[in-house]
Design a protein around this ligand. Structure first.
Ligand code: PLP
Length: 395
């Protein structure tokens, strides 16, 4: 590496701290390259990436199929507004319909998870004519004003109130509380199948099924936010498959395009279309994102990554539970597929920093939960290395 480049890169944290707006707790390293489950910093140090850039790099960094699709499409057509059809967008619609539960076969494409949630909320209002939305405590749905209204965490919400009216938050996994909140003015119930940011909390199958049938009975739409759980993360293509759920709307994002920015909503048969102009997005459904998403979906299916995630996740959980037996600081290990939470009896921030020094990048989910969202391509030896690093850090 040329000396000048090293100096510039080494300063990236300082530059971002000075020119950013302060919303990220910078970890002090500068990432410049990635391949599979590994990323490298500006000094050439390798890290096993159990963040997947917040769950995004579902097939690992720079997966050859995704890179090839982006390169190919970049030379052909990058932008195509929604008033013109596009071959990549049309094909993606058909391919997504093939992997979602029957009937979820109409799509709106956007550029992020929060935008997917915004679209879902607008669609639910028009479809039901009702203003109320019930969401869960501990839920996370994004940071734009509508999505934020559904998000629970007061630290994210409080400074921005008043938010959109009509949102109620009920205890997660408590069917009675949901039944009570689901009054005649409620147009939508919005839930995660596994709460991600809220601490990797698994939805109880009975709770989720009850939520679905209550929605049916009372004329509300059942919306699942699969932004984090989708595309193989939990050991199925979508987490809803674990429990046979058939939501009216599914929100997608994060891993959908193998790392390229994209969001989507899928609509089921109980949901009517909007009319022209009621919603839209300049960049949504651009051919580049759609081509990346098609390559991602094809690769996920060809190599059955959802099954791989299930098997690797089981192994990971087993190893972590062994570790837990001799680590007093670990309160609980839980997860589904490669979405794993380790609840600590202590604050998790110093543990994340120590792990980073040992060459492992991980996330938190709240102050005391260490969250692992490795790419689904992670190898068993890499899983062992992560467990060994954690063992060392918790010594
Ligand atoms: C990350 C996330 C979002 C928001 O996605 P952005 O792309 O950051 O807007 C929404 N819902 C869930 C469940 C998420 O994990």
């Amino acid at each position: 590496m040329v000396e000048g480049a090293t100096t510039t890169m080494a300063n990236a944290t300082d530059i971002e701290a000075r020119h950013g707006i302060g919303v990220f707790a910078l970890r002090g390293i500068t990432l410049v390259r990635g391949e599979g489950a590994v990323v490298w910093d500006a000094q050439g140090r390798a890290y096993i990436d159990c963040t997947s850039a917040h769950g995004v790099a579902i097939l690992g960094h720079c997966h050859p199929a995704v890179v090839a699709a982006i390169r190919e499409q970049a030379g052909r057509l990058i932008n195509c507004t929604g008033i013109f059809a596009n071959d990549q967008r049309a094909a993606l619609m058909q391919e997504l319909a093939e992997v979602l539960p029957a009937g979820l076969d109409r799509f709106f494409f956007c550029n992020s998870g929060a935008e997917a949630v915004e679209a879902a909320l607008k669609i639910a209002r028009v479809a039901t004519g009702r203003r109320g939305v019930v969401a869960a405590r501990g839920g996370f749905h994004g940071r734009t004003m509508g999505a934020l209204s559904a998000t629970w965490e007061p630290h994210y919400r409080k400074p921005f109130e008043p938010l959109v009216r009509g949102f109620r938050h009920v205890r997660y996994n408590d069917p009675a509380a949901l039944a009570e909140a689901l009054t005649g003015d409620v147009g939508a119930v919005l839930l995660e199948v596994v709460q991600g940011e809220g601490g990797v909390r698994l939805g109880d199958p009975e709770y989720l099924r009850t939520a679905q049938s209550l929605c049916r009975e009372r004329g509300a739409l059942f919306i699942l936010d699969e932004v984090q759980t989708g595309f193989g993360r939990t050991g199925r293509m979508f987490a809803l498959e674990h429990y046979g759920l058939e939501p009216d709307i599914v929100c997608l994002g994060k891993g959908i395009a193998g790392g390229f920015p994209m969001g989507a909503v899928a609509l089921g048969p109980r949901v009517s279309n909007l009319s022209v102009g009621q919603h839209g997005s300049t960049f949504g459904g651009n051919p580049l994102a759609c081509a990346a998403a098609r390559a991602t979906l094809r690769t996920l299916r060809e190599l059955d990554f959802p099954r791989q995630a299930a098997e690797k996740g089981r192994y990971f959980l087993e190893r972590l539970r062994e570790l837990q037996k001799c680590k007093r600081r670990v309160r609980e290990v839980r997860g589904l597929g490669l979405m794993i939470g380790i609840e600590m009896r202590v604050k998790v921030a110093p543990i994340l920093q120590a792990l980073q020094e040992k060459g492992v990048l991980a996330l938190n989910a709240g102050p005391t939960v260490l969250r692992l969202l490795p790419p689904l391509v992670i190898g068993y030896e890499q899983i062992d290395a992560v467990v060994a690093a954690l063992d060392g850090v918790l010594e």
